[in-house]
Design a protein around this ligand. Sequence first.
Ligand code: NAP
Length: 296
Amino acid sequence: MNTNPNATKKPKVLVTGANGQLGKELRQLEKSWPQFDFLFLSREDLPIHHFELVRQFFAAEHPDYLINCAAYTAVDKAEGEKELAYQINAEAVGVLAAICRERHCRFIHISTDYVFDGTGQRPYTEEDACSPQSVYGASKYHGEQLARQFDPDCIIIRTSWVYSSFGKNFVKTILRLLAEKPALSVVNDQQGSPTYAADLAEAILLIISSATWKPGIYHYSNTGNITWHTFALAIAQLQHSSVPINGISTDQYPTAARRPAYSVLDNTKVAAAFGVPIKDWKESLARCLSFCTFSA
Ligand SMILES: NC(=O)c1ccc[n+]([C@@H]2O[C@H](COP(=O)([O-])OP(=O)(O)OC[C@H]3O[C@@H](n4cnc5c(N)ncnc54)[C@H](OP(=O)(O)O)[C@@H]3O)[C@@H](O)[C@H]2O)c1
């Protein structure tokens, strides 16, 4: 007798943190991926740090895949809320991994370039040593370790500089400031690669629909090795804004959390393993701006 309740159904994909940037971009793709049954859960629907609720939910729904987009993402605030950041980004991730393992649900977890210390001089590979410099980065790194400990079959995707037409992010902040200020100052000594959350969402769905499940850590971002200043200039250019944008150093823009000076990710592994396209950062930015509902 087949005891799998999903045996004749489409694979069920559970998305936690569904009201965040990545969660909302996944929701946008729902109709283009009819082979899956999606279940989108906001923080209110399923707070991942309420372990008993999560257990009950899995027992009732029997998901085949979990895409964990839920996270404590307030990088500076985390310096003063270490316990909460660890509870959501680490402890809860370990519990999700254990439940997925127990219930034969494939687990995709999202992590960050902030696991690196930023002293590198070439794109970081998945094998490079981690040494997070902030509470947020450390909590996410601990989450990676717990995910792998409790579900060695999981896939962890590290991404960087995520933006979207949804939620709060650098692109939308610059759009607003271009409309409000006579001139802007943006940090020009941190290098990284932006990631349009819509591209990341598509990459995740390509990964889960690929013929072979290949557990492990993968890096995914758009192409590009740019500074926040270059990024801001590109936003202004695409918006036809003439507001001047000055480059400043990190020292001139102090923040509670330390950011890596260099966090470009090497995307070779994910492209080779799953045929995921790595899209050009500027083309993706232009696509995102076409969906932003306000202009500078
Ligand atoms: N944003 C970036 O630049 C960046 C860079 C690298 C990696 N990442 C990683 O990428 C992933 C997706 O990030 P994102 O940009 O989409 O983040 P986001 O927009 O901040 O979304 C995170 C979502 O998680 C929800 N959440 C927070 N605590 C929760 C809890 N205890 N239970 C359930 N849901 C909870 C939030 O709920 P509310 O809506 O109620 O707040 C929010 O909707 C995260 O793992 C993040 O660490 C992000």
